[in-house]
Design a protein around this ligand. Structure first.
Ligand code: 5RP
Length: 219
């Protein structure tokens, strides 16, 4: 199966994770696009969606799915999103699509994070994919030096600003042995808006697209 077919497969499989009549949290990315397309056929069975990006909101609306603001919901039973990497405990690297801050905000509203990904995303140790970090412009040079001290090479993502108007760093060369500790450490550096480690908001379930079908990993 091609990577696109695997994305389709898990996008459709995520429908089985939804709670009828509830608002669903929707992430961002090419895998989530497939989920949104599948969700169109189920739109009468959900109360609407809270989305983590302008990109996903537009796609949801095009399919006639009501998009609610995060301020309009207290809790979401389920948040469905992709990942750039996921490890055997459900910890993830995210932000390849630059939506990490809103993704973490919506994930924080959810009781269960359902990750949808093709099998290439499953890793033993996070960090082969460059770690995305949304930052305040003013702090950028200082943050580059801080990552250097951790053995990482932070590179500004050229021509990209997040939906919040901030630049992004992609940090190469890290091997993230303790995702919770690194998330907590980087989060408190002045000028960091969001670090793309999702360890405190890890997946509860991962639907992994493989050549043999969907593997459902429960963490
Ligand atoms: C966006 C993300 C995405 O979930 C991540 O980049 C995976 O995207 P794709 O499904 O296109 O591989 O974190 O900020």
């Amino acid at each position: 199966m091609t990577q696109d077919e695997l994305k389709d497969l898990v996008g459709r499989a995520a429908l089985d994770e939804l709670v009828d009549g509830a608002v669903v949290g929707v992430g961002t990315g090419s895998t989530v696009d497939r989920f949104i397309d599948a969700l169109a056929g189920r739109r009468d069975r959900i109360a609407g969606a809270v989305s983590s990006s302008e990109r996903s909101s537009e796609r949801l609306r095009r399919h006639g799915i009501r998009v609610l603001d995060t301020a309009e919901v207290d809790r979401l039973p389920v948040y469905v999103d992709g990942a750039d990497e996921i490890d055997g405990r459900g910890c993830m690297l995210k932000g390849g699509g630059a939506a990490l801050t809103r993704e973490k905000i919506v994930a924080d509203l959810a009781e269960r994070f359902v990750c949808i990904a093709d099998e290439s995303k499953l890793v033993t140790t996070l960090g082969r994919f460059p770690l995305p970090v949304e930052v305040i412009e003013l702090a950028l040079p200082r943050l580059v030096r801080r990552f250097e001290q951790l053995g990482g090479r932070a590179v500004r993502r050229e021509g990209v600003r997040t939906d919040n108007g901030h630049p992004l760093l992609d940090v190469h060369g890290l091997s993230i042995a303790d995702p919770e500790a690194m998330e907590a450490e980087v989060n408190q550096w002045p000028g960091v808006v969001t670090v793309g480690i999702f360890a405190h908001h890890r997946a509860a379930v991962c639907l992994l697209g493989t050549g043999q079908g969907v593997r459902r990993l429960v963490f």
